[in-house]
Design a protein around this ligand. Sequence first.
Ligand SMILES: Cc1cc2nc3c(=O)[nH]c(=O)nc-3n(C[C@H](O)[C@H](O)[C@H](O)COP(=O)(O)OP(=O)(O)OC[C@H]3O[C@@H](n4cnc5c(N)ncnc54)[C@H](O)[C@@H]3O)c2cc1C
Length: 327
Amino acid sequence: MSSILVVLSVQDGRIKRSSLEGLTRAVSIARAKNLDVSAAILHSDALSLVKEAAQYGATRAYCVSNPIFNSHLNAPLISGLSSVIEFVKPRLVVVASTESIKDVLGALAIRTQAAVLSDVATFDIVDNAVVCERPIMAAKMMAATQSSEPLVIVSVRSGSYEAVKLSAEPAEMDVLSVPFEFDSSTLSATLREIVKSSGEAVDLSEAKIVVAAGRGVKDAAGKALIDELASITGAAIGASRAVVESGLFPATAQIGQTGKVVSPELYFAVGISGAIQHVAGMSNSKIIVAINKDADAPIFEVATYGLVGDCFKILPILNAELKKILS
Ligand SMILES: Cc1cc2nc3c(=O)[nH]c(=O)nc-3n(C[C@H](O)[C@H](O)[C@H](O)COP(=O)(O)OP(=O)(O)OC[C@H]3O[C@@H](n4cnc5c(N)ncnc54)[C@H](O)[C@@H]3O)c2cc1C
């Protein structure tokens, strides 16, 4: 077992929190087993992100600096990641289970002849095997999976580990540039524009606070209360499938088995019953506050704090009190 390579996904010029979570876990495994942890950064200005990788415990960075990585395109990403993996020859590659990575993971596995353990909630190295747990059946159960192949890639669900900065001042770090050439005239697809859904001020999958609405929110007046709570707390807005299907919230806000997986520090579930398909997407949240008029609603089984009552009565009071505290 030689080294662990953690791929750091970048969004809006910053390393994604989910990548730093994977890096923190890799560092803790490496320390226990005396291994190296390197970071792979593919970005137009990869060198500017090296310091942050060092603060989170990476001892070496492999940088591929190329403007082609500023927006997501499968072909260059597969090619760039394959180049780094072939250059580094790690035993284990750790990636965050983001939408971009999900898009390329199969091709990357074929290109590098790697075994893939995808969407895992835990990972470790035991003897010569990479051992993981993966939620199945809408996160009702965990499946234990492992691989002893010479190269294993694990994609890690956001919120599975806490990202821990080890030092304000980065430790010394080796920085290597990986040779990479990509002929953009071979691209069969180009990305012309990323259209953010209206109201998506905060990225749902990376948000620290999420305010999620369900059928109990009912109508535009209920939605206005949700918008107000999100604006006061700086939260991203999520939704159950019921209110996405009714058209009250956009499909991009759906959380759950067939929506996004979120892992904020604070999750407000307002008028959401807590069906397993919804809980599958938010059960990794650190603190869950549920507001529901039915005291027997299943959401209270996963909630940290429960408020039993009508959200149309509770939210105006909660919003007013939070406004006093936070403004
Ligand atoms: C294959 C499959 C995939 C699915 N994927 C997803 C998914 O990704 N995400 C998802 O969310 N769902 C998903 N679903 C749907 C899921 O099963 C539920 O139907 C859905 O989550 C219910 O949404 P809800 O909780 O908003 O609505 P409901 O189940 O109708 O619950 C509404 C809740 O609001 C409460 N309420 C009503 N009025 C008020 C009030 N005034 N104040 C406070 N509380 C009130 C009620 O007591 C109730 O608990 C999926 C289903 C299937 C079959």
